[in-house]
Design a protein around this ligand. Structure first.
Ligand SMILES: [Zn+2]
Length: 213
């Protein structure tokens, strides 16, 4: 991340990191560690770079950021830049300027007050949410080891409701009212093209680092 302040050269103003939730344990021979973090099947260098970039931005004033270079080693499509992919799939809802109702996806007509073309964009990707309801799909087209797929309808803090697939979860622990947050993931791959979108995941609060000895 950089800030353009004229001819003055500046150093690093912020940095971010991301470590996947999943671990390979001692059954993995030859690595010399008790466990090692590995990306899940719906993660790649693009999704992890998005997570690290969002961590880098953190609570910064986004209007003060002149630009951000984004690159990863994963090519989502043969002729498409990773930056373009990340920019396209913004998670924004529409907030009605008349009655304040937040709708996702954004609509021209407010579902509450029927005002037309009255909404303004509201970012949801950094808001936490609670599960309103969910279903477990045993026939979903996802890797068998991740079945059942958890499809959830979630209510965002401050308003807005949406339907999202849940990842990095134990289906036995999913319940109504559970706190979740948003994460940018790979949905599926068709041919040589990866398709990405936002999923929800149980809230990961930072814990003490575990060092291997
Ligand atoms: Zn309205």
């Amino acid at each position: 991340m950089y800030r353009d302040i004229g001819d003055t050269m500046v150093g690093i103003t912020s940095y971010g990191a991301y470590v996947p939730l999943h671990r390979l344990g001692p059954e993995t021979k030859g690595w010399g560690f008790p466990s090692k973090a590995v990306g899940y099947y719906d993660e790649d260098s693009l999704t992890m770079a998005v997570a690290a970039a969002l961590d880098c931005i953190g609570g910064s004033d986004r209007s003060a950021i002149e630009g951000m270079y984004f690159a990863s080693t994963t090519a989502p499509y043969k002729e498409k830049l990773t930056a373009a992919t990340a920019a396209i799939f913004r998670l924004y809802a529409g907030k009605c300027k008349v009655c304040g109702t937040i709708q996702y996806p954004p609509q021209r007509i407010c579902t509450r007050c029927r005002a037309k073309d009255s909404s303004e964009p509201v970012r949801l990707s950094d808001r936490r949410a609670k599960i309103f309801t969910y279903t477990l799909d045993n026939l979903a087209q996802i890797p068998a080891f991740d079945l059942p797929m958890v499809d959830s309808i979630i209510d965002f803090e401050g308003g807005g409701r949406g339907c999202f697939q849940m990842t990095d979860r134990d289906p036995r622990e999913v319940k109504v009212g559970m706190n979740v947050e948003m994460t940018f993931r790979k949905l599926h791959t068709a041919g040589e093209m990866n398709n990405y979108f936002w999923k929800c995941t149980p809230v990961r609060d930072a814990g003490p680092a575990k060092e291997s000895k």
